[in-house]
Design a protein. Structure first.
Length: 120
Protein backbone atom coordinates (compact mmCIF):
# COMPACT_ATOMS: atom_id res chain seq x y z
CA UNK A 1 0.00 0.00 0.00
CA UNK A 2 1.15 3.54 -0.75
CA UNK A 3 2.61 5.50 2.14
CA UNK A 4 2.31 9.29 2.36
CA UNK A 5 4.35 12.04 3.97
CA UNK A 6 2.16 15.07 4.59
CA UNK A 7 3.96 18.41 4.47
CA UNK A 8 3.24 20.90 7.25
CA UNK A 9 1.29 23.16 4.85
CA UNK A 10 -1.42 20.51 4.35
CA UNK A 11 -4.38 20.66 6.79
CA UNK A 12 -4.40 17.83 9.37
CA UNK A 13 -7.88 16.79 8.21
CA UNK A 14 -6.30 15.63 4.92
CA UNK A 15 -4.12 13.18 6.85
CA UNK A 16 -7.22 11.93 8.67
CA UNK A 17 -9.00 11.50 5.32
CA UNK A 18 -6.11 9.40 3.96
CA UNK A 19 -5.90 7.32 7.13
CA UNK A 20 -9.64 6.66 6.93
CA UNK A 21 -8.98 5.31 3.41
CA UNK A 22 -6.46 2.88 4.93
CA UNK A 23 -3.22 4.61 3.93
CA UNK A 24 -0.07 4.74 6.05
CA UNK A 25 0.33 8.48 6.72
CA UNK A 26 3.12 10.37 8.44
CA UNK A 27 2.74 14.10 9.05
CA UNK A 28 5.74 16.41 9.28
CA UNK A 29 4.10 18.28 12.16
CA UNK A 30 3.30 15.04 14.05
CA UNK A 31 6.82 13.72 13.68
CA UNK A 32 8.19 16.69 15.63
CA UNK A 33 10.21 17.88 12.66
CA UNK A 34 8.28 21.09 12.03
CA UNK A 35 10.28 23.74 10.20
CA UNK A 36 12.83 21.47 8.50
CA UNK A 37 14.11 22.36 5.05
CA UNK A 38 12.57 21.17 1.79
CA UNK A 39 15.63 18.99 1.16
CA UNK A 40 15.22 17.32 4.57
CA UNK A 41 11.52 16.72 3.89
CA UNK A 42 12.32 15.07 0.55
CA UNK A 43 15.07 12.99 2.17
CA UNK A 44 12.61 11.79 4.81
CA UNK A 45 10.08 10.85 2.12
CA UNK A 46 12.78 8.96 0.20
CA UNK A 47 14.09 7.12 3.26
CA UNK A 48 10.61 6.03 4.34
CA UNK A 49 9.44 5.18 0.80
CA UNK A 50 6.65 7.77 1.00
CA UNK A 51 4.82 9.91 -1.55
CA UNK A 52 5.07 13.57 -0.58
CA UNK A 53 1.82 15.56 -0.45
CA UNK A 54 2.44 19.32 -0.37
CA UNK A 55 1.28 22.77 -1.42
CA UNK A 56 4.92 23.84 -1.85
CA UNK A 57 5.61 24.58 -5.52
CA UNK A 58 9.35 24.06 -5.04
CA UNK A 59 8.80 20.30 -4.92
CA UNK A 60 7.45 20.41 -8.47
CA UNK A 61 10.77 21.74 -9.79
CA UNK A 62 12.20 18.72 -11.56
CA UNK A 63 15.66 20.32 -11.72
CA UNK A 64 15.86 20.27 -7.90
CA UNK A 65 13.85 17.06 -7.47
CA UNK A 66 14.34 14.92 -10.60
CA UNK A 67 11.49 12.50 -11.22
CA UNK A 68 13.66 9.41 -10.88
CA UNK A 69 14.92 10.56 -7.46
CA UNK A 70 11.74 10.21 -5.38
CA UNK A 71 8.76 8.01 -4.58
CA UNK A 72 6.29 10.51 -6.01
CA UNK A 73 5.17 14.05 -5.31
CA UNK A 74 1.60 15.30 -5.25
CA UNK A 75 1.59 19.07 -5.42
CA UNK A 76 -1.75 20.58 -4.43
CA UNK A 77 -2.91 23.58 -6.47
CA UNK A 78 -6.35 24.11 -4.97
CA UNK A 79 -7.01 27.84 -4.56
CA UNK A 80 -8.47 29.05 -2.40
CA UNK A 81 -7.37 26.09 -0.28
CA UNK A 82 -10.77 25.20 1.13
CA UNK A 83 -10.68 21.92 3.01
CA UNK A 84 -13.74 20.50 1.26
CA UNK A 85 -12.20 21.27 -2.17
CA UNK A 86 -8.84 19.75 -1.19
CA UNK A 87 -10.42 16.53 0.01
CA UNK A 88 -12.75 16.34 -2.99
CA UNK A 89 -9.82 16.77 -5.42
CA UNK A 90 -7.75 14.19 -3.57
CA UNK A 91 -10.64 11.72 -3.45
CA UNK A 92 -11.22 12.05 -7.21
CA UNK A 93 -7.50 11.57 -7.83
CA UNK A 94 -7.42 8.41 -5.70
CA UNK A 95 -10.35 7.00 -7.66
CA UNK A 96 -8.76 7.64 -11.06
CA UNK A 97 -5.00 7.15 -10.57
CA UNK A 98 -3.19 3.85 -10.07
CA UNK A 99 -0.99 4.58 -7.06
CA UNK A 100 1.09 1.53 -7.92
CA UNK A 101 2.64 3.63 -10.69
CA UNK A 102 3.37 6.80 -8.70
CA UNK A 103 7.09 6.23 -8.02
CA UNK A 104 9.09 8.90 -9.85
CA UNK A 105 5.95 10.80 -10.79
CA UNK A 106 4.94 14.41 -10.24
CA UNK A 107 1.22 14.97 -9.87
CA UNK A 108 -0.18 18.50 -9.92
CA UNK A 109 -3.58 18.24 -8.30
CA UNK A 110 -6.16 20.98 -8.86
CA UNK A 111 -9.84 21.32 -8.09
CA UNK A 112 -10.73 20.44 -11.69
CA UNK A 113 -8.45 17.42 -12.04
CA UNK A 114 -4.77 16.54 -12.16
CA UNK A 115 -1.75 16.47 -14.45
CA UNK A 116 0.83 13.71 -14.46
CA UNK A 117 4.49 14.15 -15.29
CA UNK A 118 6.63 11.03 -15.67
CA UNK A 119 9.95 10.02 -17.10
CA UNK A 120 9.46 9.09 -20.74
Amino acid sequence: MTKFLIDENIPPAVAHFLRDKGFDVKEVREAGIHGISDAEIMDLARQDGRVLLTFDKHFSNILFYPLQSHNGVIRMRVHPPLLSDIIQALDLFLQKFDLGTIRGTLIVLAREGFRVRRIL
